[in-house]
Design a protein around this ligand. Structure first.
Ligand SMILES: Cc1ncc(COP(=O)(O)O)c(C=O)c1O
Length: 424
């Protein structure tokens, strides 16, 4: 064990898991480096955050410039970078979203979004979707059902949270249409038997389930949620914490669907690694939320918001490249699926790609050991990849948008080699 790892174990709580035992001292673009100069390409993106690659020069310069001017306001004084960042958000978010507030983490943005929906509707109930991940604070973990382990030891979670099924067509052995119909029917039955819609403040949904296994929502599912929300006066909240800021090769996953949310929660890629999150809604909704009904000391920190504005400028020209990369990656993984029986499913939206590994295509038995094998092979060859899904068997393929076609091919070749050695 390295000296740093031993010191880490001595003073840091084991509850916060680290995905690797690597000790890094610097990072640039795709690459992270250890003290001996060994390096790895980070296709985990610091858990879906560094969509622009590590230490993007424009983001670093913006943060550094702000650091020299003003570090903290604590919402006592007005300052420019928070207004700039909100203006930038307004230029890229769905048209229904007009005003914003900032927070520090995805979980906080989700909780604030739900508070806003409750305040707006004067209702208490929330419908979340099975397989969703919304964070780990006591409120957000109450909406999180990607894996029951996240709630172990914390029951009772918040009351009046109702969990409805989300379409997982591959796992259920059906097509997207049938899975969508099944889920919508369950929702109608929930309204009939469990809770009437007049108690529901919000549908809280990830347009692509992330931690839950990289399941894009079928467009018809989101459209139906929009219709039900309109019919019953329910707020539709999109949790775009993971799907935002170019990850799906559009600004937001919502851009792929003809569906606009009432409220949006954002985080992760928003400042490419500086701690920041945000949420937004229409003027009508957000202006009716009285001052003081919610608050934050650090949310919208000057340095993090300066970085966020730089992210928007730096990401804009990369989005078309992201689309090309995404198409190429999906083509290649679908090609690998023909060659490798271990690949049960290839799915995703933009550069948020899930490759589900199975023991046997007929039974769809999850192959977590295959993932570990491929991950190890990748790591031995300077590539870091991580998984998602409750069974640990889905390759979470999330290169940053600065990745070149050659680097993408190199990474997919390593997955191909890992699969071949696993299957031999
Ligand atoms: C969709 C989604 N929502 C919320 C969160 C929570 O974000 P944070 O860990 O910043 O609280 C995550 C984190 O993975 C996420 O993927």
């Amino acid at each position: 064990m390295s000296d740093l790892l031993a010191r880490h174990k001595e003073v840091l709580a084991p509850v916060i898991g680290f995905n690797t035992d690597l000790h890094i001292v610097s990072a640039e673009g795709l690459w992270v480096s250890d003290p001996d100069g060994n390096r790895w390409a980070d296709f985990a993106c610091g858990t879906a955050v560094t969509n622009l690659g590590h230490n993007h020069p424009d983001v670093v310069a913006a943060a550094r410039g702000q650091l020299d001017q003003l570090v903290h306001s604590g919402m006592i004084f007005h300052f420019e970078s928070i207004v700039d960042a909100a203006e930038k958000l307004r230029s890229i978010t769905p048209k229904t979203i007009e005003k914003f507030a900032f927070a520090n983490s995805g979980a906080e943005a989700v909780e604030a979004s739900v508070k806003l929906a409750k305040h707006t509707t004067s209702r208490q109930g929330v419908i979340a979707f099975r397989g969703g991940f919304h964070g780990r604070t006591m409120g957000s973990v109450s909406y999180t059902t990607s894996n029951s382990k996240y709630r172990d030891g914390y029951h009772p979670v918040l009351g009046s949270v109702f969990v409805a099924p989300f379409p997982h067509p591959y796992r259920w052995g059906m097509d997207a249409e049938a899975a969508t119909e099944l889920c919508l029917n369950e929702l109608r039955l929930m309204f009939k038997h469990v809770v009437s819609p007049k108690n529901i403040a919000a549908f809280l949904v990830e347009p692509v389930q992330g931690e839950g296994g990289y399941y894009p929502a079928p467009p018809a599912f989101l459209r139906a949620l929009r219709e039900m929300a309109d019919e019953h006066g329910i707020m539709l909240i999109f949790d775009e914490v993971q799907t935002g800021f170019g990850r799906t090769a559009e600004w937001f996953a919502a851009d792929h669907f003809d569906v606009d949310p009432d409220i949006i929660a954002m985080g992760k890629g928003i400042a490419n690694g500086l701690p920041l999150s945000a949420y937004g809604a229409s003027r009508k909704i957000i202006d009716a939320w009285p001052p003081g009904s919610h608050g934050t000391t650090y949310g919208g920190n000057p340095i993090a918001t300066a970085a966020a504005s730089a992210v928007v400028d730096a990401m804009e020209p990369l989005i078309p490249h992201g689309r090309d990369l995404a198409k190429h990656a999906i083509d290649r993984f679908e090609g690998l699926q023909v060659e490798h029986q271990t690949i049960g499913d290839v799915r995703g939206l933009g550069l948020m790609i899930g490759v589900e590994l199975v023991e046997d295509r007929a039974t769809r038995e999850p192959a977590a050991a295959a993932f570990k094998h491929i991950q190890q092979h990748a790591r031995e060859n300077e590539l870091i990849i991580i998984e998602c899904g409750p069974d640990g068997n889905v390759i979470r393929f999330i290169p940053p948008l600065i990745t070149t076609r050659e680097e993408l091919d190199w990474a997919i070749d390593l997955v191909d080699e890992g699969l071949s050695s696993w299957e031999s």
